[in-house]
Design a protein around this ligand. Structure first.
Ligand code: MN
Length: 489
C-alpha cells in the first residue's frame, strides 16, 4: 500500500505575488506530512510545488500518467486557480482523480482577518472554479469536503485511495482460465474484450492438460513442504493423508503456473477435470488466503474481483472471500442466507482454526477432495457481484450482517457464513434479482460499499447499492433510468 503514491497537486496563479506562492508551498508541505502520518491514509502522498500555468499542469499530469507507482492525483485549490489552464492537463490525465475542498486554516480569525489572510485562504471560491471545469469535462472523480485534519475527511481519502489502488491492480490484472465456463450457465459469462478495454483484465485460457503436466512435475519434497504449511495453518482432521497430499501437489503446481504467467487470479471448472484426480479444494482455498483471486465454474469475473478486493483490503485483514448464495433459511422474521461453496471459500473469513477434511463430492466425478471446513466470523460485511449487461458492466453491492453460527452442520462439510442482508431478506433478494446479480459474489468484511462505489466510478462502470434505505419501487426505477443513461454513454 505504501508503495502506491498519490500526487498532491495544489493550484494557484501568479496574481498574488512570490511571497504568497512561498507560503502556499509551506502550507501544502505541512498538509502532505499530516496525511502521511495519518493512520487513515494507507498510501503515500507526494508533495509538489504549486502549479500556476497550463504548461506546469499538463506536465505534472503526464508525469502522473507515466509513473507506474502513481495510483492517482489529488488536487486542491489553495488560492484561485483559473480553470482554463487546467483543461489541457485534466484532459490528458489517465489516473484516478480526487478533488479536495478544504482550507489550510480551520477557522476565520475574526479579529485579525485582513486581505493578506484572504489571499491565503481562497479555497472557498478556488475549489468551485476547479469543480466547474471537471464537471464541464465530465471527468470521473471524487470530491471530498471538510477540514483536512478531521478523522472523517482522511478516512474518506483512505477509502478512495484503496479504490484507486484496486483500479491500478485491475488495469494490470491477468486472469488464468482453466477450461471454460460451466456449460449453459449465463451469469458467469461475459465479454472478455470489453473487460480488457474497460477494466484492464487479460483473461486467458489454458487447457486442463497444461495444469496436469505441471502437477506431474511436482516433487515429493515440494509436497512435504506444502504439507508442513498446512499442518501449521490448519487442523489436520482426516486419516486420508494421501488425499491431502494430492491437494498439496495441485497447489504447488497451480502456484507455479500462476506465478510464471504473472496471473493473480484463476478459475476452475468441475465439469472439465480430465486427468486431475481431485477438484482443487484445499488448494484453491489456500491460494486465496495467499492473495490470489478465485472463481468456480469458469467464473473469471468473480475471480478477478476477488483479487482486486483483496488488494484494496491490504492491511485491514478481516477477510475477503469468493462466495455463493448456497441455501436459504426462511424462518418467519429470522430469514437468513447461508453462503458457502462446495469447496472453495477463503479461510481469511474463518472465526476458528479451519479443519482439513476429506469427503465425497456429489459432482465432478473424481476422487474425494480435501477441503477446509470452518465457520465464518460475525460482523458487518458486503457482498459484491459484477455482471455483463451486454452493453456495460454493472456492479451490485449489498450490505450484510454476518451472524454467529449457533448450529453445527455435521452432514454438510463446507466452509460457511450465515448472513442477514439489509434492509431485510425480502427486499435485498428481490433487489439483487431485479438487478441481475449473480449467485457468485465476493464477500468482504474489510471493504464497504463506499470503496466499491469509488472503484466503479474510477473504472467507469455502473454501480447499484442495496442497503438499509433500499425500497423496491425506487430501486427498480433506478435500474430503468440506468438503462437509458448507460446506453447513451
Ligand atoms: Mn458455484
Amino acid at each position: 500500500m505504501k508503495n502506491s503514491v498519490f500526487y498532491f497537486v495544489v493550484g494557484s496563479q501568479f496574481l498574488y505575488g512570490e511571497e504568497t506562492l512561498v507560503e502556499i508551498d509551506k502550507h501544502s508541505k505541512i498538509m502532505v506530512d499530516g496525511f502521511n502520518a495519518d493512520k487513515n491514509i494507507p498510501c503515500t502522498v507526494k508533495w509538489f510545488p504549486c502549479v500556476k500555468t497550463s504548461e506546469e499542469i499538463y506536465d505534472i499530469m503526464n508525469r502522473a500518467n507515466n509513473d507506474d507507482n502513481c495510483a492517482g492525483v489529488i488536487t486542491w485549490m489553495h488560492t484561485f486557480s483559473p480553470s482554463k489552464m487546467w483543461v489541457k492537463g485534466l484532459m490528458a490525465l489517465r489516473k484516478p482523480y480526487l478533488h479536495l475542498n478544504t482550507q489550510f486554516n480551520r477557522e476565520i480569525p475574526w479579529n485579525d482577518i485582513d486581505m493578506d489572510f484572504m489571499n491565503l485562504n481562497q479555497s472557498a471560491h478556488g475549489d468551485r472554479e476547479h469543480g466547474y471545469i471537471a464537471a464541464r469535462l465530465r471527468l470521473n472523480r471524487k470530491v471530498i469536503v471538510g477540514y483536512w485534519q478531521d478523522e472523517d475527511f482522511t478516512a474518506q481519502m483512505g477509502v478512495w485511495m484503496r479504490a484507486a489502488v484496486g483500479a491500478a491492480e485491475s488495469r494490470k490484472l491477468r486472469v488464468l482460465r482453466i477450461s471454460d465456463n460451466m456449460r449453459n450457465v449465463a451469469v458467469t459469462e461475459g465479454d472478455k474484450v470489453e473487460a480488457l478495454i474497460k477494466l484492464g483484465w487479460s483473461v486467458d485460457h489454458y487447457g486442463v492438460g497444461d495444469i496436469i503436466s505441471e502437477v506431474e512435475k511436482v516433487t515429493e519434497e515440494e509436497i512435504d513442504a506444502q504439507m508442513a504449511e498446512y499442518e501449521k495453518e490448519y487442523i489436520m482432521d482426516t486419516e486420508n493423508i494421501e488425499a491431502v497430499r494430492y491437494q498439496a501437489k495441485e497447489e504447488v503446481a497451480l502456484k507455479k503456473f500462476l506465478d510464471r504467467g504473472n496471473f493473480k487470479a484463476f478459475h476452475t471448472n468441475f465439469e472439465d477435470l480430465q486427468g486431475l484426480r481431485q477438484l482443487p479444494g484445499l488448494a484453491s482455498q489456500d491460494l486465496m488466503k495467499k492473495g490470489y483471486g478465485f472463481g468456480a465454474e469458469g467464473d473469471w469475473k468473480v475471480a478477478a474481483m476477488t483479487r482486486i478486493m483483496k488488494v484494496m483490503a491490504q492491511g485491514i485483514d478481516k477477510g475477503t472471500a469468493f462466495m455463493e448464495d448456497y441455501t436459504l433459511h426462511l424462518e418467519k422474521g429470522g430469514e437468513m442466507i447461508l453462503g458457502a461453496h462446495m469447496l472453495e471459500v477463503c479461510p481469511s473469513i474463518a472465526c476458528e482454526k479451519p479443519k482439513i477434511q476429506v469427503h465425497p463430492l456429489g459432482i465432478g466425478d473424481r476422487e474425494d477432495p480435501a477441503r477446509l471446513v470452518f465457520k465464518a466470523k460475525k460482523g458487518s460485511a458486503i457482498v459484491v457481484s459484477l455482471i455483463d449487461m451486454g452493453d456495460r458492466f454493472r456492479m451490485i453491492v449489498n450490505d450484510i450482517e454476518c451472524q454467529t453460527q449457533e448450529n453445527d452442520m455435521p452432514k454438510l462439510p463446507v466452509a460457511g457464513v450465515l448472513w442477514k442482508p439489509l434492509p431485510d431478506f425480502k427486499t435485498s433478494a428481490a433487489a439483487w434479482i431485479y438487478a441481475g446479480g449473480a449467485h457468485h459474489s465476493v464477500l468482504s468484511y474489510d471493504l464497504t460499499a463506499e470503496h466499491m462505489r469509488d472503484f466503479a466510478e474510477i473504472m467507469g462502470i455502473e454501480f447499484v447499492y442495496i442497503n438499509k434505505d433500499t425500497k423496491i419501487p425506487e430501486f427498480r426505477r433506478e435500474l430503468e433510468y440506468n438503462d437509458v443513461i448507460w446506453r447513451n454513454k
